[in-house]
Design a protein around this ligand. Structure first.
Ligand code: FAD
Length: 507
């Protein structure tokens, strides 16, 4: 009888997805005797963008035993406390969507309820910022990691990173190869299926080399060489809700201040990202070809840089959505081959991390088990859909009249789940996190109030504190946060003291 255990794993593709997958599988499966091979093609290259993350990446790096300062140095990294949204609700408005929670839940009631009760309906997009240490610190270019300081907000600082994606993949490659992953350079030309089962048997390179495996992980990027071209997984296209389908990216010289946040500025038919790294700033314009031209999109990007461009602008195309099935037979798609949602909330690298985590949760022991595969597909689709809804929220909640793009997004029919979430908030400011959806109530709150949605009334449970008590506690929270920020060094000083890339020595 043949041994049903997974003995050979082949990862097709060596971008961020391929190397993140290789790094984790080689660590967690080290006692399972699985041989891990990765094939990548220098000729094809990687997508080469993707530089902002969310806090969950810290867990990923810790799982791999990565020293955080070493990683930040190696990747020219900087720290991220949230995202500043400029001109999204209306031109001239700005707010920060910070990591971490706002304020403090009190008497078993969420902070948001007290916020609505205290501030009523007349406040600005940035009013909530004073209740978040991350937002206050971001505005003042401050950063430090959390310290053991009891109840102080300094003990709960939530953060993520900006980094050079190419350097990150290189860093993970070093870790993976040290743990036994074998890398082969070459271009996959053919994928052979078993005629009876339809499972992938092997991949063949253009030079004739053949690689067999039990489990194939498709990390070949947008093309989905295995999952789509060989296994015809199908694609759910969401471009009617998220019409941006192009990106133009360019790095530029650093600015005077190293800001500890990503900036997203709304433009007439899309938005522009600004991601500060130690050695340069990453910039890109995500835009819709239905509503503008490449020439105009490039012109807008190039005329809104902080410093001299360091390369020619690169143009990328994408289709927002995801594979109908992420796992088909003996092939799992991770990374861009699985799907793509524009990087407005920096979720793609997280989706890689989450894809690998779920693969491990449902890793085939004694052969492939269809209920495991079905669960993987169901849970992953849910995760994509909920991120999609959160991204649509940013577009839909706009009061801009300067272009057809913004009018279309404001007036379009939105998914039921999102409509329900907005309706619940508009009645009494309530936000519920469903199952394991990625974005929690803090994130929904930040964007909803940041872009002008106001509940008709406050949640009556907030009346557990009377008006005077509420005012006193809200003042106290603001004062505590303002005081905590005075203990924080500047982002530049923190990096200089802990993880200056110029001091990196490769292992
Ligand atoms: P790729 O980088 O495309 O890698 C594909 C790999 O497959 C390459 O190694 C290639 O050589 C190999 N390959 C392909 N075909 C073959 C073949 N025939 N034979 C052999 N090898 C092959 N994510 C974030 O989290 N934050 C961000 O800020 C962010 N910004 C983004 C901005 C834009 C405009 C885009 C498009 C994406 C962004 N992303 C972001 C997403 C992020 O870039 C990707 O999730 C990440 O880089 C993973 O890409 P990948 O490894 O799946 O694919």
């Amino acid at each position: 009888m043949t041994d049903p255990r997974i003995r050979k794993i082949l990862i097709a593709g060596g971008g961020t997805a391929g190397w993140m997958t290789a790094a984790v599988l080689s660590k967690i499966l080290k006692n399972n005797y699985a041989e891990i091979t990765l094939i990548e093609s220098d000729e094809i290259g990687t997508v080469g963008v993707g530089e902002a993350t969310i806090p969950q990446i810290g867990t990923f790096n810790r799982t791999l035993g990565i020293d955080e300062n070493d990683f930040v140095k190696a990747t020219q990294g900087s720290f991220k406390l949230g995202i500043e949204f400029v001109d999204w609700g209306a031109k001239g408005e700005r707010y920060i969507h910070p990591f971490g929670a706002y304020g403090l839940d009190m008497e078993g009631v969420s902070f948001h309820a007290f916020f609505q009760k205290y501030h009523g309906r007349n406040y600005g997009p940035d009013t909530a910022e004073q209740y978040s240490l991350q937002a206050v610190a971001a505005r003042r270019n401050l950063f430090m990691r959390p310290v053991n300081a009891g109840n102080s907000p300094l003990s709960k600082i939530a953060y993520a990173f900006h980094f050079d994606a190419g350097l990150y993949a290189k860093y993970l490659r070093g870790l993976s190869e040290a743990r036994g992953v074998t890398r082969h350079e070459g271009k996959i030309a053919d994928v052979a299926l078993d005629p009876e089962t339809g499972y992938i048997r092997n991949v063949q390179l253009t030079d004739g080399r053949i690689f067999e495996a039990d489990l194939f992980v498709d990390c070949t990027g947008f093309r989905g060489l295995l999952i789509e071209q060989a296994l015809n997984a199908g694609y759910n296209d969401w471009s009617h809700w998220l019409p941006c389908d192009r990106a133009t990216a360019v790095p530029c010289e650093s600015a005077a201040r190293l800001t500890p946040y990503t900036r997203s500025t709304a433009r007439e038919a899309g938005w522009q990202w600004r991601i500060p790294l130690q050695h340069r700033i990453g910039n890109g314009h995500v835009w819709s070809s239905q509503f503008t031209t490449e020439e105009r999109a490039t012109e807008l990007l190039m005329s809104n840089l902080d410093g001299k461009p360091l390369a020619e602008p690169r143009h990328l195309r994408f289709l927002t959505g995801h594979r109908k099935k992420f796992w088909v037979k003996n092939c799992v798609a991770i990374g861009l081959s699985a799907g793509f949602i524009e990087p407005l909330e920096s979720t793609s690298i997280h989706l890689i991390q989450s894809g690998v985590a779920k693969l491990l949760q449902m890793f085939p022991g004694g052969g492939f088990n269809q209920p495991d595969i079905d669960r993987y597909n169901r849970v992953t689709a849910f995760e994509y859909e909920r991120i999609r809804d959160f991204i649509i929220l940013h577009y839909h909640l706009n009061r801009r009249d300067d272009s057809e793009f913004w009018k279309y997004l404001r007036n379009m029919q939105i998914p039921d789940y999102l409509a329900d979430k907005m309706a619940l908030f508009e009645s009494h400011g309530r936000i519920f996190r469903e199952n394991d959806e990625l974005f929690n109530d803090t994130s929904w709150f930040a964007v909803m109030i940041g872009q002008g949605l106001r509940p008709r009334d406050h949640d009556p449970v907030a009346d557990v504190l009377n008006a005077e008590e509420t005012a006193a506690r809200m003042t106290n929270i603001r004062d505590t946060i303002a005081k905590a920020a005075t203990y924080m060094p500047t982002h530049e000083d923190f990096i200089a003291q802990n993880c200056d890339a110029r001091s990196y020595v490769a292992a």
